[in-house]
Write a protein that binds this ligand. Structure first.
Ligand SMILES: Nc1ncnc2c1ncn2[C@@H]1O[C@H](COP(=O)(O)OS(=O)(=O)O)[C@@H](OP(=O)(O)O)[C@H]1O
Length: 481
């Protein structure tokens, strides 16, 4: 019966020209609906960033998960997490941090001893903290992997050798590391998790609006190596130009976007004025890492990291606190040549010989005190102490310990290093993503000024009991005394 009805309709269509047209229209409509359906399916499989998926939905789902996790742990809403979660709702375009603002801009009252602690632009400026050497665009367009929050963090110490450790670790195929220091758990915590995982405008002068076309990422180091400017992944910028990026990468410079920046412009652009990408994409089994040495001395950092994940593995590169203090001072001196001498900054009162423990260069080296703060949240087994001294004399040995700690195969061995006589430090035979040898930049391994031996001795005496306590706590004698 149905069959004959269908035949009848077909017959009727074939005879009437009006019905013929109607039938044709109907078929076109069907085709159109089918195409629409396919397109919707395709869009759903596109990377969420391309779709501008900063949607509250996804964030809500994710934050709900983290929040529940934190709540379940404590049995009540976690205030740290609540703050984090509430901030995670803010829009991408609001992200503008004081990431790189040197203290002396904020405090025009002349030199403060502790400028040194907050003035942490060095990694960016020398390019060591630059972009991932593999263009993020490639992973973005291929859609391979996903951005994860770090499972392991190098939390300190400043001037301990943290950059060397991270650069060496990046050679491992199972490690993906953020080049720059995110400073999430100290300065940028209020930016929320999306900022930490994703990417952002950073710096004071970067505009809230994206450039008209692509975007940039560049640092001196990459330029000196002759690499092309790597574009940086930033979802909503790609939305503006989804077909790809231009080889002419615009740069925000002197309050405007330069569409064809010259190399001299690029080399003078402060990294804080670039658009940065944070977490790299990782594949299953790969570990995401970052390093921010100031975490170790940040009171709130342990609780914040714990709130995010109590399983985070922590690595601390420690170095003789006296040499560390001199290294710290040398860094400040390189930026502000007019500062007082190390000797005069060391003492509250030179005649009484009272050490000024409020000076961050001194304060950071009281490792036992800072470690105590971390042990309130993390067990000792979750913290690995790397010797900054051994990292120079036996990098492969220290890297072996780190790989074991991270549960990775020992892939980085002495075959990866050579000692560069000119640099005076071990360097990589091949850096990650390159076939060329790679030493750290000139801000690593500076020549230290000569310090009065009496002052050095006084500092050694000052640190000795704290060092002993630290050896006791870690179960390891670092041999500084
Ligand atoms: N392989 C290699 N190459 C160059 N430099 C090396 C290396 N290994 C360790 N170091 C030491 O690292 C010191 C800088 O430490 P950080 O990277 O932790 O500094 S920072 O806190 O990120 O500014 C730096 O301190 P200074 O010598 O005082 O400049 C170096 O001594």
């Amino acid at each position: 019966m149905e069959y004959s009805l269908f035949c009848h309709h077909l017959y009727a269509l074939s005879v009437s020209p009006v019905k013929k047209k109607l039938g044709l229209l109907f078929i076109m409509l069907l085709l159109w609906v089918y195409m629409l359906y396919s397109c919707v399916g395709f869009c759903a499989t596109m990377p969420r960033s391309l779709l501008g998926d900063n949607s509250n939905n996804n964030r809500a789902r994710e934050t709900e998960f983290v929040g529940k996790y934190a709540e379940a742990e404590s049995g009540r809403p976690d205030p740290v997490m609540s703050k984090l979660l509430s901030r995670a709702q803010s829009s991408w375009t609001d992200i503008e941090s004081d990431y790189d603002e040197p203290t002396f801009r904020r405090a025009p009252r002349g030199f403060s001893k502790n400028d040194v602690e907050v003035d942490r632009a060095d990694d960016w400026e020398d390019g060591q903290g630059g972009e991932p050497r593999v263009s993020p665009l490639s992973s973005f367009s291929s859609g391979s992997g996903s951005k994860k929050l770090p499972q392991a963090i190098i939390i300190g110490v400043k001037k301990g050798g943290t950059r060397a450790l991270l650069e060496f670790l990046r050679v491992h195929p199972d490690i993906r590391a953020v080049g720059a220091e995110p400073h999430f758990f100290d300065r940028n915590y209020d930016n929320g998790l999306d900022w930490y995982r994703g990417g952002a405008f950073v710096g004071l002068s970067a505009p809230k609006k994206p450039p008209p076309t692509g975007h940039i990422g560049h640092d001196r180091e990459e330029e000196s190596r002759g690499l092309p400017c790597p574009p940086l992944e930033l979802a909503w910028l790609y939305q503006l130009k989804p077909q790809g990026y231009s080889a002419q990468l615009p740069v925000w410079f002197s309050n405007r976007w330069l569409m064809s920046p010259t190399s001299s412009v690029l080399s003078s652009v402060r990294s804080s004025e670039l658009i940065r990408d944070l977490m790299p994409k990782t594949l299953e089994g790969q570990i995401t890492m970052e390093k921010t040495p100031s975490y170790f001395v940040t009171r709130e950092a342990p609780a914040r990291i714990y709130a995010l994940s109590r399983d985070t593995k922590l690595i601390v590169v420690v170095r003789d606190p006296v040499t560390r203090a001199i290294s710290d001072y040398t860094q400040t001196l390189s930026k502000k040549p007019d500062i007082p001498t190390f000797e005069s900054l060391t003492f509250k009162n030179r005649t009484t010989g009272l050490i000024d423990t409020s000076w961050s260069a001194i304060q950071i080296g009281i490792y036992a005190k800072h470690l105590d703060n971390w042990l309130q949240y993390f067990p000792m087994e979750q913290i690995l102490f790397v010797s900054g001294e051994r990292l120079i004399t036996d990098p492969a040995g220290e890297l072996g310990r780190v790989q074991d700690f991270l549960g990775l195969k020992r892939i980085i061995t002495d075959k990866h290093f050579y000692f560069n006589q000119t640099k005076g430090f071990p360097c990589l035979k091949k850096a990650e993503g390159s076939s060329k040898p790679h030493c750290l930049g000139k801000t690593k391994g500076r020549t230290h000024p000569n310090i009065d031996p009496e002052v050095v001795q006084r500092l050694r005496d000052f640190y000795r009991p704290f060092n002993m306590k630290f050896y006791q706590m870690t179960g390891h004698n670092f041999g500084w005394d």
